[in-house]
Design a protein around this ligand. Structure first.
Ligand SMILES: Cc1ncc(C[n+]2csc(CCOP(=O)(O)OP(=O)(O)O)c2C)c(N)n1
Length: 616
C-alpha cells in the first residue's frame, strides 16, 4: 500500500506523474472534499466539477501542461484543473474579488490555455492552437478540448469539428458526457450522444476486430485488395462508425470517467495517434456528493450551502427572472399566440413556470442562442409571438440573427434580456454590459429597461401586445430592493428646480434616487430623469435635457457606444459616466461602486460636476 499523499506538498502538476495510480485515486477523493468544502463557502459550479475530478487527473498525468494545451469548454468544470496546476492555496478566494476566477483565464495561470465562459468554443480554440503548434514545428504536443454534452448542442462546436476532423493536427476532443446541460440535455444530438454512452462494447469490439484483421496475412496485390475490402466490410459490419469517425476523427470510448486506469489508457492511446482523436467519456454530474448526484441541475451552480444537508444558506426569494416568468404565464393565458423560447436556461430565466403551464408552447433549443433568434423569426413569420428569455451576455451571439432574421423582416418578437448589467461573481465573460450598445445600432428595435418588478410587468405587457418589430425588455440579476412600486413605461422626470439633471435607466435608477437624497441632506438640489423606454431615442427626453445647463448621464453599460454617448452627440451639455473596460468578478455592489455607480459615488460626481460648472 502506497503512502498517503499530502496534496499541499506536491509540485503540481509535475509530481502527479511520480505517484502511483492508487495514490492518485486517493488524491481524487481528497480533491472532491476540497471542492465541496470550497464551493459550500464561495458558491460556484459544484456538480459539473465533481464530475470531472478523475478526468482532469488523468489528463494531467498523461499530458504535460502547459506545453500541452488544455481548453475547457465554458470553463465552469475546471476547478480540479486549478487545484492540480498550483492554485490550491487560493481556492478559498474562488469567485471572490481579487481571487480566482470561476472560469479559465490565461492571465490567472499559464495552464489556462484559453479564455472561457461562453459555451461551445473549445474545439475552435484548440484547433487554432494545434494549427499553430504545427506551424511552429511542434509535432509532439497536443491541444486538448474538453467539452460537455450540453455544450455539444451549440453550433460553433460543429463548425470546429468540421474543420478539426480533416486537419493534420494533434487535436484531441474529449466529450464529457453526463446527460445534463444545466437541466436535462435536449435535442437530437443529445439523443445521438446517449447512444454512444450505452455502447459498452464498442472499444473492446473494435480492439478485437482490429487485432484479428491486423493478423490476417496479405499475399500479393489482388489478394491484398480483396482482403482490404473484406476487412472494411467486416469492420463496418461489426463496428457501426460514429459521426465523429465519419468526420475524420479516430474514436476512442466510451471510457468510464471515474475509472482513472481506464481514462489513462484511453488518453495514452490518443496521445500516440498523431491525428485528430475524439474520446467519449461517461461521467456522473455531481459524483460523490449525494445531494448533487440526486439533483445535478440544482447543484450545477449554487450559492453557499450547508454541507451536511446541501441546504442553501440563503433561500432565494423572488427575482426579476421569476417575476418575468410568472407574468409571461399570465399573459399567455389569454394570448394563445405567445411562445416561450430558452437556450438551455429554463430555470435561470424563470421560464420553468411557462414550461409547466404551456409545455406545447415552450421550446428549449439547447445552448444555441443564434438558432433561438432565427427560430423566433420563423415563429413570428407564422403569426406567433415568440418571447426569447436570454442572459444579456449570451445574446451577444445573436447580433446578426437579430438584424437578419427579425429586424429586416419587421417581425414582432420579444427578447427578455436577463442579467442585464453587472452580474458579479462570474466576471468579465458574463457581465451584461453590451446589450444596450449593440441593440441601439439595429433600426426599429424598442428597448425597455425597467428597474422595479411592477415596471417589468408593465413593460412586458407593452412589448408583447403594443410594440411592433423587435421589443426588448432588459432587467438585472437578482431581486428588486427599491421602495418604489409605481410603474412607468416611458420615463419618470422629477423637477426640483435645479440647473443640473441626473439621468439613468435600469437597476441603478435606485442609486440615482439615493444620490439625490444624499445631496438633498446636504442642501443640494438635483433634478432626475429615469428612462424606461430607452430606445429608440424620442423627442421627450431630449426636450427635457435641453432645459439644463448640465446633464449627468449614469449608465451601467460599456462606455464605448453607450446610450449616453448618443445623447452627448445630439446635445452639448451631457457628461457621461459609464463603465470603463471589462469588469472583473466580485460582488455587484462593490463593482458598481468601483465604477462610480453607487449612490455615494453618484452623489460625489454630481457635486464635483456642479462645482466645475460654477468655477468654469
Ligand atoms: C453561450 C452560452 N450559453 C449559455 C451558457 C450557460 N451555461 C453554462 S454551463 C451550461 C451547461 C453546460 O453543460 P455541459 O457542457 O454538459 O457541462 P456540464 O455542466 O454538464 O458538465 C450552460 C447552459 C454559457 N456558458 N454559454
Amino acid at each position: 500500500m502506497d503512502k498517503k499523499t499530502d496534496i499541499t506538498k506536491l509540485d503540481l502538476p509535475k509530481d502527479l506523474k511520480k505517484l502511483s495510480l492508487s495514490q492518485c485515486e486517493e488524491l481524487c477523493e481528497d480533491i472532491r472534499k476540497i471542492l465541496i468544502s470550497t464551493v459550500s463557502k464561495t458558491g460556484g459550479h459544484l456538480a459539473s466539477n465533481l464530475g470531472t475530478v478523475e478526468l482532469t487527473m488523468a489528463i494531467h498525468r498523461v499530458f504535460d501542461s502547459p506545453e500541452d494545451k488544455i481548453v475547457w469548454d465554458v470553463g465552469h468544470q475546471a476547478y480540479t484543473h486549478k487545484i492540480l496546476t498550483g492554485r490550491l492555496d487560493r481556492m478559498s478566494t474562488l469567485r471572490q474579488e481579487n481571487g480566482l476566477s470561476g472560469f479559465c483565464r490565461p492571465d490567472e495561470s499559464e495552464h489556462d490555455a484559453f479564455i472561457s465562459g461562453h459555451s461551445s468554443t473549445s474545439v475552435s480554440a484548440a484547433l487554432g492552437i494545434a494549427a499553430a503548434m504545427k506551424l511552429s514545428g511542434d509535432n509532439v504536443h497536443h491541444a486538448i478540448a474538453v467539452v460537455g454534452d450540453g455544450a455539444s448542442t451549440g453550433g460553433e462546436l460543429y463548425e470546429g469539428l468540421n474543420n478539426a476532423g480533416k486537419s493534420d493536427t494533434n487535436i484531441i476532443v474529449i466529450l464529457n458526457y453526463n446527460e445534463m446541460s444545466i437541466s436535462k440535455n435536449v435535442g437530437a444530438m443529445a439523443k445521438y450522444l446517449s447512444t454512444m454512452r450505452t455502447k459498452d462494447t464498442y472499444k473492446a469490439t473494435k480492439g478485437r476486430v482490429q487485432r484479428v484483421l491486423d493478423a490476417t496475412p496479405l499475399v500479393g496485390r489482388p489478394i491484398e485488395n480483396a482482403i482490404r475490402s473484406s476487412k472494411n466490410a467486416v469492420k463496418n459490419m461489426l463496428i457501426h462508425s460514429t459521426m465523429f469517425e465519419d468526420l475524420g476523427f479516430e474514436f476512442i470510448g466510451p471510457l468510464n470517467g471515474h475509472d482513472l486506469a481506464d481514462l489513462e489508457r484511453g488518453l495514452s492511446a490518443a496521445k500516440k495517434m498523431d491525428k485528430p482523436v475524439f474520446i467519449h467519456v461517461n461521467t456522473v454530474k455531481g459524483k460523490g456528493y449525494e445531494p448533487a448526484e440526486e439533483n445535478p441541475g440544482e447543484y450545477h451552480g449554487v450559492g453557499s450551502f450547508e454541507i451536511a444537508t446541501g441546504n442553501p444558506d440563503v433561500v432565494t426569494s423572488d427575482s426579476f427572472s421569476s417575476v418575468m416568468g410568472r407574468h409571461l404565464c399570465k399573459l399567455a393565458q389569454t394570448n394563445k399566440k405567445i411562445c416561450a423560447v430558452t437556450a438551455a436556461m429554463k430555470y435561470g430565466t424563470g421560464l420553468q413556470y411557462f414550461y409547466k403551464s404551456y409545455p406545447k408552447r415552450f421550446f428549449d433549443v439547447g445552448i444555441a442562442e443564434e438558432h433561438a433568434v432565427t427560430f423566433c423569426g420563423g415563429l413570428a413569420s407564422m403569426g406567433y409571438v415568440p418571447v426569447f428569455a436570454v442572459y444579456s451576455t449570451f445574446l451577444q451571439r445573436s447580433y446578426d440573427q437579430l438584424i437578419h432574421d427579425l429586424s429586416i423582416m419587421g417581425s414582432h418578437a420579444v427578447i427578455c434580456v436577463d442579467r442585464a448589467g453587472i452580474v458579479g461573481d462570474d466576471g468579465e465573460t458574463h457581465q451584461g454590459l453590451f446589450d444596450v450598445n449593440f441593440l441601439s445600432t439595429i433600426p426599429g428595435v424598442t428597448v425597455f429597461s425597467p428597474s422595479i418588478y411592477s415596471e417589468l410587468e408593465a413593460c412586458l405587457e407593452k412589448a408583447v401586445s403594443e410594440v411592433e418589430g423587435v421589443a426588448v425588455v432588459r432587467y438585472p440579476r437578482g431581486a428588486d430592493r427599491s421602495p418604489r412600486s409605481k410603474p412607468e413605461t416611458e420615463l419618470c422626470y422629477e423637477n426640483n428646480g435645479s440647473s443640473v439633471l441626473a439621468v439613468t435607466y435600469g437597476r441603478i435608477t435606485n442609486n440615482m434616487y439615493k444620490a439625490k437624497a444624499i445631496l438633498e441632506a446636504q442642501g443640494v438640489k438635483v433634478d432626475t430623469l429615469s428612462l424606461v423606454r430607452i430606445l429608440p431615442i424620442t423627442e421627450e427626453p431630449l426636450e427635457i435635457m435641453k432645459k439644463y445647463d448640465k446633464v449627468i448621464f449614469f449608465e451601467e453599460a460599456c462606455a464605448l457606444g453607450c446610450l449616453g454617448e448618443k445623447y452627448q452627440a445630439r446635445l452639448g451639455n451631457v457628461e457621461v459616466h459609464a463603465i470603463d473596460g471589462f469588469v472583473h468578478h466580485g460582488k455587484p455592489a462593490a463593482l458598481l461602486d468601483e465604477q462610480g455607480l453607487s449612490a455615494e459615488k453618484m452623489a460625489q460626481t454630481i457635486l464635483r460636476s456642479m462645482k466645475n460648472g460654477t468655477e468654469a
